[in-house]
Ligand binder design. Structure first.
Ligand SMILES: NC(=O)c1ccc[n+]([C@@H]2O[C@H](COP(=O)([O-])OP(=O)(O)OC[C@H]3O[C@@H](n4cnc5c(N)ncnc54)[C@H](OP(=O)(O)O)[C@@H]3O)[C@@H](O)[C@H]2O)c1
Length: 234
């Protein structure tokens, strides 16, 4: 017999958003719950008090710890064997604005923005529905063709690497799952103090535009600027 919880899961689409405790991820979680998705949102603590809704499920995930990836996937797939949308939003930028790379921030940035994100995604691909979507929240700062500055070496390089993963996955999953990189705009979040002061979009405005892209018939392998609503060069 199908329980009412299983019946809800069969009718609503299921989205997993990493880094949903604040900033763009939190705004996206709220937006997608309001659009009738079941949303699983991650944070390192596993607590996300900012979304109070029966269709929202917090999950503990620290992308810098392989054991955390393992236990998050086990818990997740036990409760939600099928996922429609994976949004790899979690990201850090400890060297944003720094003139030169330093070992510690280089290491931690790549652990979260690249290795953790790649291996978390790899563990979940088989659970992603045919016609599903993987959205990597990247940055215009990772666009090699647009790079004229010298700062934020680890952050920029991590987003270029994430973009390459978008392309590789789009090639691998062609005809099955669509994959894209999205630049969320310059958004007022605590990723840096400067963002909170100078960001041009609120997290809600950015989430709105990312959501519009998500539900569009975008081509797999795209790199989309959600702020200007146009394609970006790689
Ligand atoms: N803000 C912008 O202008 C901007 C521009 C371009 C791209 N982006 C990208 O947009 C994404 C979201 O950024 P944001 O501005 O919303 O940043 P934010 O407010 O600092 O949020 C970052 C999220 O990542 C999570 N996180 C941090 N370390 C983690 C780890 N080790 N494992 C798993 N999750 C972790 C945080 O959760 P906990 O700390 O609770 O664990 C938080 O939910 C990032 O990928 C960022 O690079 C932002």
């Amino acid at each position: 017999m199908v329980t009412s919880k299983q019946a809800t899961q069969m009718t609503k689409k299921i989205a997993l958003i990493t880094g949903a405790s604040k900033g763009i991820g939190l705004a996206l979680a709220r937006k997608m719950v309001s659009e009738n998705f079941i949303v699983i949102g991650t944070s390192r603590s596993g607590s996300i008090p900012g979304v109070a809704n029966a269709d929202f499920h917090p999950l503990a995930l620290d992308l810098s710890k392989p054991s955390s990836l393992e236990s998050a996937c086990t818990q997740l797939l036990d409760q939600f064997p099928r996922i429609d949308v994976l949004i790899n939003n979690a990201g850090i930028g400890p060297d944003l604005g720094a003139k030169k790379p330093d070992w510690q921030s280089f290491h931690s940035t790549f652990e979260v923005n690249v290795s953790g994100t790649v291996f978390f995604t790899e563990k979940l691909i088989s659970a992603i529905h045919d016609n599903g979507i993987i959205l990597n929240v990247s940055s215009k700062m990772g666009a090699i063709d647009l790079c004229e500055l010298t700062d934020s070496v680890a952050y920029r390089m991590s987003k270029s690497a994430l973009n390459m993963y978008t392309k590789l996955l789009a090639n691998r999953l062609q005809g099955n799952i669509r994959v894209a990189s999205v630049h969320p705009g310059w958004v007022k979040t605590s990723i840096t103090k400067g963002n909170l002061i100078h960001g041009r979009l609120t997290p809600e405005q950015s989430a709105e535009r990312i959501f519009e892209f998500l539900i569009s018939d975008f081509d797999t392998g795209a790199f989309w600027n959600a702020e200007t609503e146009s394609d970006l060069p790689w």
